[in-house]
Design a protein around this ligand. Structure first.
Ligand code: NAG
Ligand code: NAG
Ligand code: NAG
Length: 278
């Protein structure tokens, strides 16, 4: 890639007709490669309301939307991700570059954002960090797929308004379902394509609205559903956990909406167990 840029720079300088593009490319050559980005941000000036409610839309009179796309250096992307959360209610970032060399971090502030998406942002650290024992009652959608998070975001248990949590395509090794005990309205939990060796439930958890749970493409050898109270669970992906033979506590009566498991699938199903739950 750097060879290609060098050629563009040379040609540009030779003919002197590339204007701003050449300056941009030369700037990039000095400060490293360029990464594609695209983001949308909605700011809302009137921040007197506190908690998010189903059906919320930023009022037109007091909100404005920014949408930008381009190619930026790592530093420029970092600056984009450090947007001011005080007046922002929605921030959606995505990139289609290979972001192995981006090393980003994000700290979520209390009761500001309603929706945060950071897709393929080179995110290595994510924290939900605010003082005291306050919980967050605004963040309804936290989607950070295709990053390099090795641990679940610190403070996750303080998010009480979550409807969707997407941590797929990261490097997580364990997940404790009880961390979502206060997120009683959560509908989707997406954890596929991590390195999960454990998906734990230490005490009874009731998530009445959870209808989609994806823990496929991980490294689970054991799974225990005994303490799950998930009456609306309908879409349950657990394929591609190659050593998984059974799910303790699973039965059709407890999870009536789940259609069952593929007997010829990508797990190591104990066929006797499988027949007893299908
Ligand atoms: C970013 O760069 C790629 C090639 O490296 C180019 O195809 C694309 O059009 C650029 N995007 C923008 C928004 O400038
Ligand atoms: C962030 O936005 C708030 C509200 O608009 C403003 O008061 C504050 O000064 C901003 N902070 C920074 C660092 O720009
Ligand atoms: C397979 O499952 C059955 C029924 O749950 C159990 O009795 C048996 O021990 C299991 N076999 C192996 C090899 O784990």
């Amino acid at each position: 890639m750097s060879v290609a840029w060098w050629i563009v720079v040379t040609v540009g300088v030779t003919f002197g007709t590339f204007g701003g593009d050449v300056a941009a490319v030369q700037g990039a050559a000095k400060s490293g490669p360029l990464y594609h980005y695209e983001y949308s941000r909605i700011q809302e000036e009137d921040q007197r309301w506190k908690c998010w409610n189903e059906g919320y839309r930023p009022p037109k009179a007091t909100s404005n939307k920014v949408h930008e796309l381009g190619n930026g250096t790592a530093t420029e992307l970092q600056r984009i991700l450090r947007f001011n959360q005080s007046s922002t209610v929605l921030f959606m970032f995505s990139s289609n570059s290979d972001n192995q060399n981006l090393h980003n971090e994000c700290t979520i502030e209390a009761n500001k954002l309603v929706r945060l998406t950071l897709d393929n942002a080179g995110l290595e650290k994510l924290e939900i960090s605010f003082p005291g024992t306050e919980n967050d009652c605004r963040l309804a959608d936290l989607s950070v797929p295709r990053n390099r998070l090795t641990v679940v975001p610190l403070g996750l248990e303080r998010l009480t308004a979550l409807r969707k949590l997407d941590l797929s395509y990261n490097l997580l090794e364990s997940f404790n379902l009880n961390q979502l005990a206060k997120a009683t309205g959560i509908k989707q939990l997406l954890l596929s394509h991590n390195r999960l060796e454990s998906f734990l439930t230490a005490e009874l958890i009731a998530l009445d609205s959870l209808h989609k749970l994806d823990i496929s493409n991980n490294r689970l050898r054991t799974l225990d559903a005994t303490l799950w109270n998930l009456p609306r669970l309908e879409t349950f992906h657990v394929d591609h956990n190659r050593h998984l033979a059974t799910i303790a506590g699973w039965s059709r009566v407890r999870f009536p909406l789940v259609k069952g498991f593929d007997p010829t699938g990508t797990n190591n199903w104990n066929q006797t167990w499988l027949k007893s739950v299908q």
